[in-house]
Write a protein that binds this ligand. Structure first.
Ligand code: G1P
Length: 271
């Protein structure tokens, strides 16, 4: 059973500057709620009971948002606006926070969740990726596969050639419908991507991933990629990719963020 989830939300949001100097992109509004609210809701709907959000010192708004605001509640009650209290209802889940002191990559952020995960498998939800599906949500789709294979599972989507350099791209050994048996992953391949199957921001990880997370010298100094760790893990055990159903919107891309807002407001068909 997957009951825990880690949401890494410590990045600088460089693609969305200058607003992200002061407003974390996880707080970008979508129909009056911050985008991370949808991520937490997805986790809760898929059966998650405990969430660890990895923040940085610039992300206090996230912590404030998921806190109760007693003054505001009292104010609404005193002004006969109790009907607005519904708007303050938060997803029913226990959330805790850890700060990532240095922006050293996704692997580093996940490593901070080691004691939170303990010996349990856990979900990872990247808050840039909002995935909307009429049926089971993306995390639930991965959990359903995990419950059968009891091995790490990664969400995949087919992408056009020209987009692959922005993603982790998998190489597979075999495929059965939407399920792919993974051979390796290359993070943001500059040339010759091994397939058109890109990693999108949902993962089910097992605790043995933590021993595979190591520092390496990257283009911009020390970095710790989750992709490299998953690749290492594949040497020891089977890992699966699942072509998820649903429409994915990257809120770090202005056009997709706008599409998402129109979609949630019922103004646009899925892309
Ligand atoms: C991260 C992962 C990458 C994955 C992507 C999905 O990259 O490192 O493997 O394909 O998320 O959104 P980022 O977008 O954080 O650079």
């Amino acid at each position: 059973m997957i009951k825990k989830a880690i949401i890494p939300a410590a990045g600088y949001g460089t693609r969305s500057l200058p607003i992200t100097k002061v407003l974390p992109k996880e707080m970008f509004p979508i129909k009056g709620k911050p985008s991370i609210h949808y991520i937490v809701e997805e986790a809760v709907e898929s059966g998650i009971e405990e969430i660890l959000i990895i923040v940085s010192k610039y992300k206090n708004l996230i912590v404030d948002y998921f806190d109760v605001s007693l003054e505001l509640e009292a104010f609404l009650e005193s002004r006969n606006k109790a009907y607005l209290l519904d708007k303050l209802v938060l997803p029913k889940v226990h959330i805790q926070y850890t700060r990532q002191p240095y922006a050293r990559g996704l692997g580093d952020a996940i490593l901070l969740g080691r004691s939170f995960a303990g010996n349990d498998p856990f979900a990872v939800l990247l808050p840039d990726d909002i995935i909307i599906n009429q049926g089971a949500n993306a995390t639930k789709q991965l959990i359903d596969l995990y419950n059968t294979v009891e091995s790490p599972v990664i969400a995949l989507k087919y992408m056009k050639d020209e987009l692959l350099h922005k993603y982790g791209v998998v190489d597979i050994t075999s495929q059965e419908g939407q399920v792919h048996h993974l051979k390796s992953i290359i993070e943001k391949p500059k040339h010759s991507p091994p397939s058109n199957l890109a990693v999108v921001g949902r993962y089910i990880m097992t605790p043995d991933i933590f021993d595979c997370i190591t520092v390496k010298s990257g283009e911009f100094g020390e970095e710790i990629q989750l992709t490299d760790a998953i690749c290492k893990l594949m040497a020891n055990r089977a890992c699966y990719g699942y072509e998820i159903e649903g429409d994915r919107f990257d809120i770090g891309i202005e056009e997709e963020y706008l599409q998402l807002i129109r979609y949630i407001h019922g103004l646009e068909n899925p892309i």
